[in-house]
Design a protein around this ligand. Structure first.
Ligand code: NAP
Length: 249
């Protein structure tokens, strides 16, 4: 039986790392992509291999086309043909109003959150689509509830980049539905990871939790479970769909 091989972008920390560990528990060989934090990626790989799984840490900036191609080649070479992609890598910048933002910030946020996701999805389709001689596969995009809420006063640019992830999910799902590839997305709400510190408010989860109907933030593992369901054959008739993992927010 051939093995499931998943590339998870931004898997050194947060939601991506939790997804990598859970995927390995479910029998996937996992390519743990990271941008700069080699030690954190190595720790995820060590956890997986210690538990008897197969994993590989691979540095690649998802916003860089050559890096993304190298990422997919390295995963296939070390682990076998890639059968799944989790488009998870994402950033946000300092909280502020739109009228305070400098132009370079839009380029950085859109390059990683939008172009990065598009480049990775493109490589996955080129390798998995039956149209290109592949055997099919699954893509799960990590969007955000911010696409619907808009993140006023914090990061409208980030929210808009996640709106693009929603559209990518809907359009690509229809484009490759007959080619053996399902494309779905999770939209996390406020999840306990280090991303909030990069917005300048490390304690954001606890502040926002009060406005969440369930009155708490989410854990990365709770998002990982939704991702793994969308990756698995249990969701075989779902494509172009979304799971909001947001405590009702
Ligand atoms: P995080 O803890 O800050 O981790 C970000 C991950 O992305 C790290 O592994 C980082 O690698 C990687 N990364 C950053 N830039 C990259 C690049 N250019 N190329 C490749 N990898 C890159 O973030 P998180 O909270 O887990 O977020 C993961 C995803 O969930 C993001 O798309 C985010 O927008 C989305 N999300 C998060 C929340 C939340 O509340 N946490 C809510 C909604 C959506 P290094 O370790 O090397 O820096």
């Amino acid at each position: 039986m051939s093995e499931n091989v998943v590339i998870i972008t931004g898997a050194s920390r947060g939601i991506g790392a939790a997804t990598a560990r859970l995927a390995a528990q479910r029998g996937y060989a996992v390519c743990v992509n990271y941008a700069t934090n080699r030690d954190a990626a190595d720790r995820v790989v060590a956890d997986i291999t210690k538990a008897g799984g197969r994993a590989l840490a691979t540095q690649a900036n998802v916003a860089n086309e050559a890096d993304v191609i190298r990422l997919f080649d390295a995963a296939a070479q070390a682990l076998g043909p890639v059968t799944a992609l989790v488009n998870n890598a994402g950033i946000l910048e300092q909280q502020m109003r739109l009228d305070e933002m400098e132009a370079g910030r839009f380029e950085r946020v859109f390059a990683i959150n939008i172009t990065g996701a598009f480049l990775c999805a493109r490589e996955a389709v080129r390798r998995m689509s039956t149209k290109h001689g592949g055997h099919g596969g699954t893509i799960v995009n990590v969007g955000s509830m911010a696409s619907k809420l808009g993140s006023p006063g914090e990061y409208i640019d980030y929210a808009a980049s996640k709106g693009a992830i929603d559209s990518l999910t809907i359009g690509l799902a229809k484009e490759v539905a007959e080619e053996g590839i399902r494309v779905n997305a999770v939209r996390p709400g406020v999840i306990r990871t280090e991303i909030h510190a990069s917005g300048g408010e490390a304690g954001r989860v606890d502040r926002v939790a009060k406005s969440v109907p369930m009155k708490r933030g989410g854990e990365p593992e709770e998002v990982a479970h939704a991702i793994l369901w969308l990756l698995s054959s249990e969701s075989s008739y779902s494509t172009g769909t979304f799971i909001d993992v947001s405590g009702g927010r």
